[in-house]
Design a binder for this molecule. Structure first.
Ligand code: NAD
Length: 251
């Protein structure tokens, strides 16, 4: 276990990229707030794994799209683990692969609610608490976008792709607004990563289908993405502001 670091809040951290980031962050000495919306037992398992390895972590249920939930999550994280110095906006959803003309308005709303408004609410809460002019300790915000922000995900989920494009723009603005406050805002764009998210799109084996189109000829792992996230948060990336880091195997 490394030196003690500040508290990091990772949204949607009970599985996939979020869980991998939580485990790696704890190993580096961060106190980790493992956020989940549903499935407390999976989140508690991540926490148990961290504590068994000598780390510090709590599981906090909160829907990122609900202001009150998010404020409560930040309160719990700072009360139990100490001042918050990093946020990873990782929670995200997609729905069944579909042509754009078949997508209903309620789905548009669901996707934007979690992927965009949820990330905005979490980032705003982090800014209010971490800004040096508010007495905060500064730190980092990482937005988890997607290669879909570049490709637009035609015939699959243009709504999801556009929601990730919003994070790209938000990162560009927030990075410049917050650098004077001691907060570095950066973004990662994962490519095709082996997680359960693809089941929600209706194709659990999607990554394997696409391997031939990946220059590195393998799908990504949650750890591949977690390493990039934690590098951007770390002092090794102290001069990186408003960076978009593609973690795609070359796609
Ligand atoms: P995942 O489905 O395993 O994890 C997403 C997590 O977010 C889940 O635990 C889910 O419960 C949680 N979540 C969803 N809505 C929430 C809400 N309103 N409040 C709190 N938590 C909520 O998927 P993953 O692949 O680990 O995805 C993590 C992030 O990476 C997502 O933002 C996703 O869009 C992005 N991403 C994934 C891939 C990929 O190939 N897997 C590629 C590009 C980007």
């Amino acid at each position: 276990m490394s030196e003690k670091r500040p508290t990091i809040i990772i949204t949607g951290a009970s599985r996939g990229i979020g869980a991998a980031t939580a485990l790696m962050a704890a190993d580096k000495g961060y106190g980790v707030c493992v956020n989940y919306r549903t499935g407390s037992s999976a989140a508690e398992q991540v926490v148990a794994q961290i504590i068994a390895a000598g780390g510090r972590a709590i599981a906090v249920g909160a829907d990122v799209a609900k202001e009150k939930d998010v404020a409560g999550m930040f309160d719990q994280a700072s009360d139990k683990l100490g001042p918050v110095g990093a946020l990873v906006n990782n929670a995200g959803i997609l729905e069944t692969q579909s042509s754009f003309s078949e997508i209903g308005v309620e789905r548009f709303r669901r996707i934007l609610e979690t992927n965009v408004i949820g990330a905005f609410i979490c980032a705003r809460e982090a800014v209010r608490r971490m800004s040096r002019s508010n007495g905060g300790i500064g730190g980092s915000i990482i937005n988890v976008s997607s290669i879909a922000a570049r490709t637009g995900a035609p015939h699959e989920y243009i709504d999801y792709a556009a929601s990730k494009g919003a994070l790209d723009s938000m990162t560009a603005g927030l990075a410049r607004e917050l650098a004077p406050e001691g907060i570095r805002v950066n973004l990662v764009r994962p490519g095709f990563i082996y997680t359960e998210m693809h089941s929600a799109g209706g194709e659990p084996g999607r990554v394997d289908r696409l391997v031939g189109s990946i220059p590195l000829r393998r799908g990504g792992t949650p750890d591949d993405v977690a390493r990039a996230i934690l590098w951007l948060i770390s002092d090794k990336a102290a001069y990186a502001v408003g960076v978009s880091l593609d973690v795609t195997g070359g796609v």
